[in-house]
Ligand binder design. Sequence first.
Ligand code: GAP
Length: 486
Amino acid sequence: MANEHKLQDIIAHCKEYGFVFQSSEIYDGLSAVYDYGQYGAELKRNIRDYWWRSMTQMHDNIVGIDAAIFMHPTVWKASGHVDNFSDPMIDNKDSKKRYRVDHLIEGFAETLDTDAAAALLAEMEALLAADNFTGLKQLIDDHKIKCAVSGTANWTDVRQFNLMFETEFGAVASDNPEDNKVYLRPETAQGIFVNFLNVQKSGRMKVPFGIAQTGKAFRNEIVARGFIFRMREFEQMEMQFFVRPGTQQQWYAYWKEARMKWHLSLGIAADRYRFHDHVKLAHYADAACDIEYDFPMGFKEVEGIHSRTDFDLKSHQEFSRKKMQYFDADLDENGKAFGNYIPYVVETSIGLDRTVMMVLSEAYELQDLSTEEKKDDRVVLKLPAFLAPVKLAVFPLTKKDGLPELAQELMNECRPHFKCFYEEKDAIGKRYRRQDAIGTPFCVTIDHQTKDDQTVTIRYRDSMEQERIHISEVKAKINKALQVLV
Ligand code: GAP
């Protein structure tokens, strides 16, 4: 319950302080689509940049690309998305509400005792694995599972529903609408696969090497809930690592460890994460796991690490009839060149919006600061300094006596290096609280003493402690606090 409150509090806070808004809010919003406000956009960009640098700057053998959202429609046939990127759904005939079958049954299982729930979920898993839709419908009927909106058990049959958004390309009408059909990409990974040889050849890349990319992806999620956890338009940060066949397990283990290290570098404790190893693997994978974080709704996936074999490149070779082979001139233990092969791929795929939500959930704290004399509290976002939207707030104590001018001088010195914020309105205490609420790690106050001895008060967000330092130390002190990279 406390966690449910926390989620609601975070959503309200994000709106009040310019982090995340419902899309098209003045028109009552668009379901599961969100806009980032002035501070949310900065936070998101900082996370994206950190991921990008940790991939492309910290690894000599990883390069980044920026592929288009639109791709040739055959890409999605080759990738399996046209045929397989679907979920079994069921509609309630009275409320017209559509449910993902597994979510409907899981919701019902939560109302049962532990043994009954486990038995029901095991039965559901078996039916899902066998694509037995009649059996799933029967299971829903047998348990008289009801729609939360209409309260009835008046269900359609179970059907597959593809999650890709389609649109038409170009202005030329065609007798066959399929001719102009294009999809909004449901993952960024395929833009990497189809450019594998372009990058390998133009960059003279040697296996093992990786290609990284960040960008928008679109999925017509049926049950979109949990704020920015599950959206219809979202952003992914994906990296495909191309390796010699037979070495994929070793690289899979490497990336599992490396990615967890990255997560820990966000200042989040190890017990807030866990690995969830997939037991039932997708047909193309020979190992897969999720990194889960303990969100206010419980442990949920934030990143997937998948050993995808040579499935994607092989399939693109088949559909495009273009060779996807790499020539490996290195010698094996018998002194023979490894020669031509289609590389295997280990993928790391993390949702940017989910990472924003993770970082916000971790940072959000409502603190009771009451003393015997008076009641008091504050909301503080304990964001790591290098991710905070604003790094330094500069406050002249008063609007006169040359203090704003001194404050502006400090702003001018620091502005080229990191994001600063200037404010001269309201009492200093109020100004501090507003910065706490957006996660600004450092506030500097310029007062009359500054004019005499060039010292300022620096106030630390988390401890609320204050220190007197020389004004010339401010920039270096903050720059030092921003140096983090795995
Ligand atoms: N290329 C592999 C791939 O796309 P995925 O597990 O479907 O794998 C990877 O997605 C990550 O993308 C997830 O771990 C999650 O963080 C994010 N993601 C997926 N669907 C999402 C959605 N509807 N809203 C927000 N993030 C999503």
